[in-house]
Structure formats: C-alpha cells, structure tokens
Design a protein around this ligand. Structure first.
Ligand code: HEM
Length: 386
C-alpha cells in the first residue's frame, strides 16, 4: 500500500502537469481511431482489451512522462499482471510468513520471479527518467518545461524525502510505488468503463438520454468533448455514479486496522484489530437505496443540483473509493477519466447489442469485480469526423 506521505503526490495528480489532459486526449483519440478502424467495419467489438490498453498507456505516460513504445507497454502490462496473479494465492503468507513461506514454497518462488521480472522492466524506465531529469536540471530551471516536458509521477518520487528515512527512495521502493500506481489505476478504471458501456448497451433509453444531454451542450460541433463541457453534463455524472454504486470495484475495501481499542456500535474492536468495510453491500442496502438492483442514474439527480458526495465527509451512503485518510488517491483522476471517456464514446459512437443477444451483467471476482462475459458490442460511428 502507498505510504501516507507519498499519497499527496498521487492524490494531487492534477498537479503533475496541466498536460495530463493532453495525455487523456491522446489516449482517447487513439481509442476512437481504433474503434473506427476495426478490421471489418461493423463487426462486433470486444472492447475490454482496448479499454485496458488505453488506460494503461495513459497511466504509463503520467508515471514516466513519456509515451512508451508498444513493446514496452506489452512487457510492463505482462509483468504487472504476473505479480498481481502470483500475489493473490500468496497473500496468506502475511499471516505467519516464516511458516507459510515453507508451505507455499512454489507460490512464493513464483512471486519472487514475477517481482524480478517487474524490476527488470521498470528499473530501466526509472533510470531513463532520472537521467533526463538530471540533464534538464543541469540546463537550468527555464529549460525544464521546454520541449513538452511532462512532470511525471516518477519525477515526484525521485524528489520525495520521507521523514523517517534519511535520503530519497531507492529504486525498489520506486518500483513498488509505480506498480501500485499502474495496477491501482488500470484495472479499476477500465473495468468501470466496461461496466458503464455495458449498461448503456443494455439500456438504450439511458444511452439516448445521455446522448441528448451531450448534444445539448455540444450543439452542431463535431469536436471532441472537453473538460469544461463535462461540467455541464449532470446526467453523465449520474451515470458514472450509478455504475460505482451498482457494480462496486470489490466486495471490500483494503483491510484497515485500529491503532487503539475502539467501541463501534456497542462492539469493541481491539487495538490492531483488522476492520473490513463491505463497500459492495453498503451500496446495495435496500434501506438506503430504493430498488438497489436496478440501474437508475436518475437517483443521483435529485440533489437540487448539488454534487453527490462520494468522499464520505458528510453521511456515508456508499463509499466506492473508500473514505477517510486512506481514501483512494486516484479518485479525482478516475472520475475525470470516466466522465471524459464515456461522454466521448457516446458522442462519437452509438453502442448496440449484437445479434439481439442481451448483455449479460453477471459478475466474476478477479482482482476487481469484472463482467463474467466481457462486453461485445456493435460500435457504430455517429459523426463523420473523428
Ligand atoms: C473507478 C476507479 C477506481 C476505484 C473504484 C478505486 C477504488 C479504490 C478503493 C476502494 C481503494 C481502497 C481504499 C481504502 O482502503 O479504504 C483504493 C485504493 C487505492 N487506489 Fe483506487 N480506485 C480507482 C482508481 C484509481 C486510480 C486511477 C488510481 C491511480 C492512478 C488509484 C490508486 C489507488 C491507490 C494507490 C490505492 C491505495 C491507497 C492506500 O494504500 O492508501 N485508484 N482505490
């Protein structure tokens, strides 16, 4: 997990650079072009791989400040996935490491190998960035922001000094934080995007309502929707929020621990006791949400124009990003990305079911809660210019 002192760097991601939006635009543009140029126009598209690739390229650009080559993207994605997959069965190792490492020796070895591979892939990228940063520094402050230099997540980590540690982070610590940034952001956002588009395919009336809202803001323009335009689209926000409620990222947030004995609703949680928040159940509580199984974005429109609070700073009706000190540091970025991508995907394409086969919204538990049968859709261009 991210060190709390590192979190502001991840949380405040908009301060990396105003060029993040440019990066989002590039990632979106690539996705739109990819969807337009399917090998056989009109064929149904398995969209998840495209979503994963787009989100990963965007986060990699934010992480390392440069667009990665296609082979670097492939290698990094493979290495990260391998660590993630080998980590799952070995998470029991944390219970009593000396003992469980013997019992789960094979899995432990697999995890170490996966970790080595990850270092082989990420360390050269970190070193390359360090070299570039030093070169820019030696040229002076003014030169630093020339040539489209994007202040990256790695740059902030290279500068970071933790109070309990003398000096900067070492390379392995930076690898940990980069992999957390890339893993934390890629699956969560692309899965969310897939769930939203699946609901828009399944319920064409919601897609139509969203399209009409976009049309009202964009008029006859054929341009891509920009961040400023998003502020005028309340139904779009409602659609994104409804997905976060209806298809939670996971059943639980990460485990938390209490630092001292705490009495909660008459129960004592002892010092160091683990607390798990059932974020999935919370968002489906029929005492709080009317007809919780239904996908109804309108439930988020009743707030007299007020923005629904998902940070849990007032009452907590749902907490898809967690709450409090360890709330997801990528919240702002994730919401921006989701609104930006969904709006443009609906603005440029009409999304339709394939061969009258209904979309199956059954869930499957992987690293996040994913669609058991990934979305397959007809993606038909609405506008001539992309
Ligand atoms: C729809 C998208 C996302 C959802 C639903 C989501 C949800 C969550 C949740 C529930 C947690 C656990 C919070 C807790 O322990 O209470 C978390 C943690 C985290 N998320 Fe996200 N997240 C999303 C996107 C992102 C993005 C885009 C990034 C980074 C670019 C990110 C980075 C992280 C990190 C680093 C943590 C660990 C924080 C810590 O250890 O304190 N997430 N996220």
């Amino acid at each position: 997990m991210a060190h709390p002192e590192m979190q502001p760097h991840c949380r405040n991601s908009s301060s990396f650079s105003c060029k993040i939006l440019l990066a989002c635009t590039q990632a979106l543009q690539n996705l739109l072009e990819l969807l337009k140029s399917q090998p056989r126009y009109g064929d149904p598209v398995h969209v998840m791989d495209h979503f994963l690739h787009s989100m990963f390229s965007l986060l990699a650009l934010m992480c390392f400040g440069d667009k990665l080559e296609e082979n670097q993207i492939k290698d990094t994605m493979t290495a990260l996935r391998r660590v993630l997959m080998s980590f799952a069965p070995t998470s029991l190792l944390n219970i009593c490491p000396t003992f469980t490492r013997i019992i789960f020796r094979k899995q432990w070895e697999e995890l170490l190998q996966a970790r080595e591979l990850l270092e082989d892939v990420l360390i050269p990228l970190i070193r390359q960035r360090k070299k570039l940063k030093e070169e820019k520094l030696s040229k002076g402050q003014q030169e630093q922001h020339k040539d489209g230099y994007i202040l990256s997540y790695v740059d902030t980590l290279l500068d970071l000094q933790l109070s309990e540690k003398k000096g900067n982070l070492d390379e392995k610590e930076i690898v940990d934080l980069c992999s957390e940034f890339l893993n934390g952001g890629t699956d969560s956002t692309s899965t969310a995007l897939q769930w939203i588009m699946a609901n828009l395919v399944k319920y064409p009336h919601i897609q139509e309502k969203l399209f009409l809202e976009i049309k009202e803001v964009m008029g006859d323009s054929e341009d891509m929707i920009k961040e400023d335009d998003l502020q005028k689209m309340s139904y779009l926000k409602a659609v994104v929020l409804e997905r976060l409620r209806r298809h939670s990222l996971g059943k639980f947030s990460f485990p938390h621990a209490v630092l001292e004995d705490v009495v909660l609703d008459g129960y004592v949680v002892p010092k160091n006791g683990t607390v798990n928040f059932m974020i999935g159940q919370m968002a489906m509580d029929p005492k709080v949400w009317e007809n919780p199984m239904a996908f109804v974005p309108e439930r988020f429109l009743i707030n007299d124009g007020k923005v629904f609070d998902i940070t849990g700073s007032g009452e907590i009706k749902m907490m898809p990003f967690g709450a409090g000190r360890r709330i997801c540091p990528g919240l702002g970025l994730a919401m921006l990305n989701l609104e930006y991508f969904v709006a443009n995907l609906v603005w440029f394409f009409e999304w339709k079911i394939v061969d009258r086969v209904d979309v199956d919204l059954e869930e499957k538990h992987e690293f996040t809660v994913v669609m058991k049968n990934p979305l397959l859709a007809h993606v038909c261009p609405r506008l001539t210019r992309i």
